[in-house]
Design a protein around this ligand. Sequence first.
Ligand code: PDD
Length: 284
Amino acid sequence: MHRIAYVNGDFLPLEEAKVSILDRGFLFADGIYEVAAVLDGKLVDNALHLARLQRSCGEIALALPLPLAKIAEVERELVRRNDLREGLVYLEATRGAAERDFPFPQGVPPTLVMFTQEKPLVDSPAAKGIAVKSVPDIRWARRDIKSVALLPQVLAKQAAAAAGCQEAWMIEDDGTVTEGGSSNAYIVTREGVLVTRPISNDILAGCTRKAALALAAERQIRIEERPFTLEEAHGAAEAFITSASSFVTPVVSIDGKPIGSGTPGKLTLRMREIYIDHARKSAE
Ligand code: PDD
C-alpha cells in the first residue's frame, strides 16, 4: 500500500511529499515536532501532545501553522488514509522556507508536515526488556522544548545501538540521569518507590510520563519526583522508560549490569499493563 503524507494542506504519496531546501527546519533545525501513538486506529493521549506542541511553539515564538483542533483533524485523516491500526503519527512544524539568514523571516508561512509509521506497540519485542547504555548529556539548556535539533540524541542512540543496547540514558556531570535519548527514565527502589526526575528545563515533559504518573497516583503507588544517579539506578530493584513509541518498557540492564533480577520488574509490568489499558480506553 502507498503511504500518504501531509504537506502544508495536501495529502500526497510519500514519494511526492517534499519541502524546500531553504526550509528553516532543514537549515537551522528551527522547528518543533511531536510523536503520538496510534492504537486500534485511534490517537493515544493526543490532547497532551497537542498541548505540548502549542507550548513548544510558544517558547520559540513560532505561530501554530493551524489551530490545534484542525491539526488533530489532519492527524486523524492521515491515520484513516494510511489505514493505520498501530504505530505512530509524526508531526513537524518549522518556521518555513526563506532566504538563509538567522533572524526570523517576516511574512513567511510556517511549514507543517505529518506522516505515519506502522509499529507494533503492545506486542513489541522491547516489552521483554531492553538494555540501556549511559552517555554524557551534551544537550542544550532548553530540553523542555520538543525541538527538531536532535543531533545529541542521534549520537547517544547510535552509541547505544553500537553497544547492542536499545536506549541511551543521558547523564549530567553530577552523575544524575536526565532522561533517555527518546524517552523518560525511571527506577523503582528496593522499598518499591517509583522515582523519576521532576519536570524542569532539564528534560522533556513526557506525555506518557504525565499520564502514567497520574495512573500510578490513583492506585496509591508511591512516587518520588527527584533526580537519581546512575549509581542509584545500578542498585535499583527495577528500571523502565516511557514514551509515545514505547509506552512503559522495562529496562533490564544498564551498561551491561543487570537491574534487579535482570528481568522486567513487577511494578514495571504493572505500570505497562495499566498504561496500555488506559491507552486503549481513552484513545480517540
Ligand atoms: N520522543 N524525552 C525525550 C528526549 C523524548 O524525545 C521523548 C519522546 C520523551 C517522552 O515523551 P512522550 O512520552 O511524550 O513521548 C522524553 C519521541 C517518542 C521521539 O522522539 O520519537
